[in-house]
Ligand binder design. Structure first.
Ligand code: AMP
Ligand code: MG
Length: 342
């Protein structure tokens, strides 16, 4: 998905959650058959939301009701945060660029987090990137390779520091011509809200997989960490790494997730705000951390910053781990290197 909350023409991300199947297989292998505790059940459901496949598994009481609650919340939040839904709050901010627009506290929160990530990443992550994405046709799907002049002219609308937030009145103002796009962070934030609903209901074991933005509560039935497969960017139907997930989130940004090809060059959806071109240098970035919104934004930012600066960012931010893949190399942060299977 992308523009995470974009609609249409997305390449569905196949980061695969291997949990249940593996438990069962290994369980039988070791002579241990997984069982459910009396009074609790496990339910897994999949739906299409935010232009991607959303898969939820909940173990515990009333899983069906909880899962429906989460799906409803995801739909509501998408309706607020997608710039491709005409009556969303983000669409209103964009339509009324130049004026103050009242928004809900949640929308304000996502925008503020986006701006914080902008500052943290020196502008590699920039939620005002919308006009550049539109020029390339990401969003409409009518792809186009712009001229340098066209790029320079829309780049003038890109600067997260020009977004004004008035917390007291819960309102936001962007400059005229600027287009807000929360595609690099909204999906993560929405997954966090879903996880919060499940935690509030005291669910001890669950996961949400929204097109590769994966968050888990607790551990698997056999008390092992969940296991998540990370796609090979060169060959996205293959799994390249398997990593454990223990009450954490994992998000991957890749150049294979949404792109078009023109004259043998691949143009993908992660834009370097310094140039207006799709970021070159790495092919996928996976971030593991405590919350999905931050992992989501960081995966995009590290992708933009590339091999060296991206790695420096990961090393600088506490409590996040990463896998950075380029066409010739792989870097796995020390905390993750010990536990990743290749
Ligand atoms: P992700 O797949 O999480 O890396 O997010 C990619 C999406 O983030 C794109 O589809 C755009 O909606 C948005 N995006 C692209 N480039 C940037 C950027 N430099 N900063 C913030 N958001 C971006
Ligand atoms: Mg992201």
């Amino acid at each position: 998905m992308s523009g995470h909350v974009n609609r249409g023409h997305s390449f569905v991300v196949f980061v695969v959650l291997i949990g249940v199947g593996l438990v069962t297989l290994l369980g039988y292998y070791f002579g241990y058959v997984p069982y459910l505790q009396a009074g609790s059940t496990s339910t897994q459901k999949t739906t299409l939301l935010m232009d991607t496949v959303v898969d939820i598994r909940v173990d515990g009481r009333n899983p069906e009701v909880l899962i429906e609650n989460v799906f409803d919340t995801v739909e509501d939040l998408e309706g607020m945060l997608s710039r491709f839904i005409a009556d969303s709050e983000i669409s209103e901010i964009n339509r009324r660029a130049g004026q103050w627009v009242k928004v809900s506290p949640l929308t304000l929160e996502v925008i503020e987090l986006g701006l914080e990530l902008g500052a943290l990443t020196g502008g590699a992550f920039d939620i005002t990137i919308g006009a550049v994405l539109d020029l390339w046709g990401f969003g409409s799907g009518e792809y186009y390779v712009p001229t340098e002049e066209e790029l320079q002219s829309v780049l003038a609308t890109v600067d997260y520091r020009n977004v004004e937030v008035d917390k007291g009145k819960s309102q936001v103002r962007i400059p005229r011509g600027t287009v807000l796009d929360l595609g690099g962070i909204a999906k993560g934030h929405i997954v966090d809200q879903g996880i919060q609903i499940l935690r509030n209901a005291r669910v001890e074991r669950a996961f949400i997989n929204a097109g590769g933005d994966i968050s888990a509560i607790g551990r698997r039935q056999d008390n092992q960490a969940w296991r998540v497969g990370v796609q090979d960017p060169e060959n996205p139907s293959e799994i390249r790494f398997i990593l454990p997930l223990d009450d954490q989130s994992v998000v991957t940004s890749g150049d294979y997730q949404r792109f078009f090809t023109y004259e043998d060059v691949r143009y993908h959806h992660i834009i370097d705000p310094r140039t207006g071109y799709p970021a070159r240098g790495v092919t996928s970035v996976t971030i593991v951390g405590d919350n999905s919104a931050t992992c989501d934004a960081l995966s995009t930012a590290v992708f933009v910053l590339g091999w060296k600066e991206g790695r420096e960012l990961v090393e600088r931010v506490p409590d996040v781990e990463a896998i950075i893949v380029s066409s010739t190399d792989v870097w796995i942060s020390p905390g993750l290197a010990k536990v990743v299977t290749r």
